[in-house]
Design a protein around this ligand. Structure first.
Ligand code: SF4
Length: 194
């Protein structure tokens, strides 16, 4: 069954809670979609019963037809959001997978803090933006690529591209991609408020 994550708000407690919960079902995230009918950008998930139990309080059921008519927000791998002021971080719960995939790279993690969640609990996060000008420690600027692509944090999976978010007339847009039957992605602007 398809679901969409509830909206972020101005509350850090809620937003961390949303992200943390989504990190628990990361493998079920199909991507961030621009749902034109709802005027909403959000992560769409394909959840089985077991995973639904983990996140039932942060998702809403979504009609499959609505998703088919929607646009997938696509990463163009320009590195813009990793290069500077990345603000990237990893939940401690994501560490096991990172260690299993990239044992040597995971040893680079040094700086962590604790964040409070909406339900009153606290979770540990590892800061990745420790390079020059806030560059992510797992970004290779020469090759312009993520070194932990297979295990990238949920915050990176869900951050949609904002590089082209503001057009010349001051309206806010993001680029979204649609794939044709041969899998080629064409870009167009979709927008309104983000
Ligand atoms: S983990 Fe990868 S995708 Fe995320 S900010 Fe770092 S380099 Fe970019």
């Amino acid at each position: 069954m398809l679901y969409i994550a509830k909206r972020p708000t101005d509350s850090k407690l809620w937003n961390y809670y949303l992200l943390y919960k989504l990190s628990l079902v990361k493998q079920s995230i199909l991507g961030v979609f621009y749902i034109e009918k709802l005027g909403y950008y959000g992560p769409v998930l394909d959840l089985d019963e077991k995973d639904l139990e983990k996140v039932s309080d942060i998702v809403l059921p979504l009609d499959e037809d609505i998703v088919l008519e929607s646009l997938l927000v696509t990463c163009r791998r320009c590195g813009w959001c990793c290069e500077a002021n990345s603000g990237s971080f990893l939940f401690n719960s994501e560490l096991t997978y990172l260690r299993s995939r990239y044992p040597r790279l995971s040893e680079r993690l040094r700086r962590y803090s604790w964040v409070r969640l909406y339900d009153g609990s606290r979770v540990k996060i590892w800061h990745l933006d420790t390079g020059p000008h806030g560059r992510c420690m797992f970004y290779n600027p020469l090759e312009r690529r993520c070194l932990i692509h297979e295990a990238k944090p949920v915050v990176c999976i869900l951050t949609y591209c904002a590089r082209f978010a503001i057009d010349r007339h001051g309206n806010r847009y993001v680029r979204v991609g649609t794939a044709d039957e041969r899998g080629r992605v064409r870009f167009r602007r979709a927008g309104g408020s983000t």
